[in-house]
Design a protein around this ligand. Structure first.
Ligand SMILES: [Zn+2]
Length: 186
């Protein structure tokens, strides 16, 4: 079932507060609860759990490996609120290491040096502290399907959703994994 999406931007912007509160609340998960990240699901017009990827041995994929997993598996970063605001299908948040605090990114000191997922365009305020979820005892995970052929890129800042060096600077994030145009590489 497709959820109702208000046609007026003002109404959608108002609901953003609720989305944001729910995302913040899921960061405060108790130690005995199952942790999950929320992201925007355009199929239902609402926030839904985003499953952390696990590998063949059911181990969680480490945060620094998430970006390269996007190239080998049908896996994306969470969808930020921009898809909700703009009426789009999926606006992939950028995953990276927080290098700067404050400024347009609004990353707090507590997240400096940690892996985060953040609105790639710095528009909607979507923000997830990935390390916090990764280190939780119980985390909702899923195995993602492997691509037949890995995506190939030589550019370490390549981002499937249209990342540019400028957007990398604006978000204050750096992608740690240097991507290689070598599908046979290890
Ligand atoms: Zn956004």
């Amino acid at each position: 079932m497709v959820g109702w999406i208000p046609p007026v931007l003002k109404d959608r912007a108002e609901r953003l507060q609720e989305f944001s509160q729910r995302l913040n609340a899921c960061h405060d998960v108790g130690p005995n609860d199952t942790a999950f990240i929320l992201h925007y699901d355009s199929g239902v017009g609402d926030m839904r759990p985003y499953f952390w990827p696990s590998d063949e041995t059911d181990q969680r994929v480490k945060p620094p490996a998430l970006n390269s997993l996007r190239l080998t598996h049908l896996f994306k970063g969470p969808s930020c609120y921009c898809a909700w605001l703009q009426g789009g299908r999926y606006t992939e948040a950028k995953i990276g290491l927080a290098l700067r605090t404050g400024g347009p990114s609004g990353i707090s000191d507590a997240c400096l040096g940690q892996f985060v997922a953040i609105c790639a365009e710095q528009r909607c305020g979507y923000f997830v502290s990935l390390d916090k979820f990764y280190s939780h005892r119980r985390l909702a995970t899923r195995k993602y399907i492997k691509r037949k052929e890995p995506l190939r890129t030589l550019n370490p800042f390549h981002f499937v959703t249209g990342d540019t060096e400028d957007s990398v600077k604006r978000t204050g994030l750096r992608q740690v994994e240097v991507l290689r145009d070598d599908p046979q590489g290890t």
